[in-house]
Design a protein around this ligand. Structure first.
Ligand code: ZN
Length: 280
């Protein structure tokens, strides 16, 4: 079969006929280009779907427009917006959608959480923890890509919790989760990062706790599971390391602060999304 081409969106939306879907799936097993296009389309779709959100505060779009028109100091910001998703990721997006994405980041004020509610598969993560694979099988993330992700709001630190060293990384779960594995030879720590806001229903058997200065949810056990969300990303740690190491690891990762001004949030959000689309 030929490349998916214009059928990528229809494939992701499940709108291809059954034979065409089968053909596409077969093709995707051997074509990295099309697989990448599908990953990007999925990510974009999941990010765009976060936007059904509330009405933007009055005047927000006006102030965004004002920022866009403003000179030097903010020039870099706008240039980056223009260079971002639609222009670099090769995904067709109308400018209205860019405004919608910006709004999604900008309206997430102190009390608003960014993104779709997601429920990480905690039990699966815990079950996999003692399995033979370090992280769920997926698309391996090269070191150079991790460095890039790390600089753009997807922490891929080389070391966590003092002496836990990163041993592998992968895009897992339909390429929508960054899965990293750390070890010091005795203890292991798996870290998962995904777009969204933590679904509160999914953490009913977790206890709220403060760790490393962050408000998190903890489920004690072997392995211990710690989860929280911050600004549109859900973090989950699954580990058998001692609590001191876990606290230190949590303190190295983003925490809910929400001190950023709307333009900063927009900038950070776009950086993060662009980095992911580039890497996916
Ligand atoms: Zn192809």
């Amino acid at each position: 079969m030929a490349h998916l081409g214009a059928d990528v969106a229809a494939f992701v939306d499940g709108q291809l006929s059954e034979p065409a879907t089968r053909e596409a799936l077969t093709h995707l097993q051997t074509c990295d280009d099309c697989a990448k296009a599908v990953r990007q389309q999925r990510l974009l779709k999941s990010r765009m779907s976060t936007v059904a959100a509330p009405e933007p505060p009055p005047g927000l779009m006006a102030s965004l427009a004002g920022l866009a028109a403003a000179p030097p100091e903010r020039d870099g910001w706008w240039v980056r917006v223009r260079r971002s998703v639609p222009f670099r990721a090769g995904v067709v997006l109308v400018s209205a959608s860019v405004a919608v994405v910006m709004t999604a980041y900008a309206v997430g004020g102190a009390d608003q959480r960014v993104g779709d509610e997601v429920a990480p598969p905690f039990n699966q993560y815990a079950a996999d923890f003692f399995g033979s694979t370090a992280v769920p099988a997926g698309h391996v993330i090269e070191d150079a890509t991790m460095t890039k992700l790390d600089g753009s709001g997807w922490p891929c630190l080389a070391t966590l919790g003092g002496d836990l060293h990163r041993v592998s990384g992968a895009f897992a779960d339909h390429q929508e989760v960054v899965a990293l594995s750390y070890s010091n030879g005795r203890s292991k720590l798996n870290l998962f990062e995904q777009n969204g806001a933590l679904d509160r229903d999914s953490i009913k058997d977790f206890e709220p706790a403060e760790m490393g200065g962050s408000d998190v949810w903890v489920r004690d056990g072997e392995p211990m599971v710690v989860t929280w969300d911050d600004d549109g990303v859900v973090y989950t740690i699954v580990t058998d390391a001692d609590r001191a190491r876990v606290e230190q690891a949590v303190s190295q990762l983003p925490r809910s602060t929400h001190h950023d001004s709307p333009p900063e949030r927009v900038r950070d959000g776009l950086d993060r999304m662009t980095a992911w689309l580039d890497a996916a």
